[in-house]
Design a protein around this ligand. Structure first.
Ligand code: ATP
Ligand code: MG
Length: 213
């Protein structure tokens, strides 16, 4: 019985390694030096597949992987069923925030009821946030480098992930609202959970005990 775990390269892979180790699983290849997308482990029945962060829920939903690790941001933007989310792993922690140019008076714009142009990769989270506040927005979908949008006049504000705030600062942007805290979660294919109950349970339990509090 093979268990396939979907991870994205970078922080999610790095921060999942200690959890795998706690479950007795060592990944045998380094994604930073290998070009392989399927990584073997010291357990012949466990393998890791490397996919884009935003593709993890899709792989797990359709059974391309039995389980995976995905950010709350990615999970909120992904609409799909068939995903069981048993565990917040408390890794890859950051926050989703609204940021503007340091010379833009966001509070005044909101108070005046101005229509705001907001650039983001996270259109669903942004739409819900501004609807809750009763602020009218035109959302502009971007796929990266959100910080550039207010600097070029493409948008008044951005909705993006922030951890230390140094990228915002380097681009003369300020965080004006925190929308939510973000961390990564374990997602499991529901059919796999039935068919591979024992090994998946063991893995989920080991992850639960090893994840940071
Ligand atoms: P891609 O690079 O494929 O477009 P991505 O930029 O979303 O995807 P990562 O930067 O590896 O991929 O982020 C993966 C997840 O890590 C995000 O979905 C988010 O939950 C979390 N994350 C992103 N940025 C940070 C950060 N600065 N600090 C901590 N966690 C973060
Ligand atoms: Mg990134």
């Amino acid at each position: 019985m093979t268990i396939t775990l979907a991870l994205s390269k970078g922080r999610i892979f790095e921060e999942t390694l200690p959890l795998l180790r706690a479950a007795g699983i060592e990944v045998l290849e380094d994604p930073e030096t290998s070009r392989k997308l399927i990584l073997t482990t010291n357990q012949p029945e466990v393998r890791v597949v490397l996919v884009r962060a935003s593709d993890v829920p899709t792989y797990v939903q359709y059974g391309g992987a039995d389980l995976g690790v995905a950010g709350r941001d990615v999970l909120l933007e992904h609409d799909g069923e068939g995903l069981y989310q048993p565990l917040d792993l408390n890794i890859a922690r950051c926050r989703m925030s609204v940021a503007v140019r340091d010379d833009f008076d966001y509070a005044a714009a909101v108070k005046q009821g101005s229509r705001l142009r907001v650039a983001t990769k996270y259109t669903s989270i942004a739409r819900d946030h501004f609807a809750d506040k009763g602020v009218h927005v035109d959302l502009i979908k971007l796929y990266g480098s959100m910080e550039l949008a207010p600097l070029t006049g493409l948008a008044d504000a951005i909705v993006d992930l922030v951890s230390t705030g140094s990228t915002l600062k380097a681009n003369r942007l300020v965080e004006v609202e925190r929308i939510m805290d973000i961390s990564s979660r374990l997602v499991v294919n529901q059919a796999a959970l039935k068919l591979k109950r024992e090994p998946l349970r063991r893995l989920i339990d080991a992850f639960a005990s090893a994840s940071p509090k």
